[in-house]
Design a protein around this ligand. Structure first.
Ligand code: FES
Length: 122
């Protein structure tokens, strides 16, 4: 059974400025792009580090640790383990850094707008 968690009003999420919210103990990055709201778990699919909001551009979010990039609309992985703290690595060391983990998507959540309020469906 799904659960609707209130996260605020649309005014709490200005366009182009991602924000981290806590929904029932789950940390979630919410982003507002082109009148749509997107929500992904604030947890990189590589090693589970928080994604935060510093590396959100449009509907893309990148992990601050090894640079994996994801599409916030679908959770799809766009690039897997790019480097360390912003510096790119050659392919062979990217494979090492991936530690045997295969590219994986982020968990996404629907954002519902009802009566001027936003909810995350979990
Ligand atoms: S923890 Fe995010 S890419 Fe490694």
């Amino acid at each position: 059974m799904s659960n609707k968690i209130f996260i605020g009003s649309p005014a709490d999420f200005p366009a182009g400025k991602a924000k981290v919210v806590n929904a029932n103990g789950t940390s979630i990055v919410v982003n507002h792009v082109d009148d749509k709201f997107y929500a992904v778990e604030n947890r990189c699919a590589h090693l589970g580090f928080p994604l935060g909001t510093n590396r959100v551009e449009g509907t893309e979010i990148a992990c601050p640790v090894h640079g994996s990039r994801y599409d916030m609309r679908t959770g799809e992985n766009l690039d897997w383990v790019v480097g360390i703290a912003g510096s790119k690595l050659p392919d062979w060391s990217r494979k090492l850094l991936a530690m045997g983990r295969k590219p994986a998507p982020l968990k996404t959540f629907p954002v519902l707008s009802e009566n001027g309020q936003l909810f995350i469906e979990m």
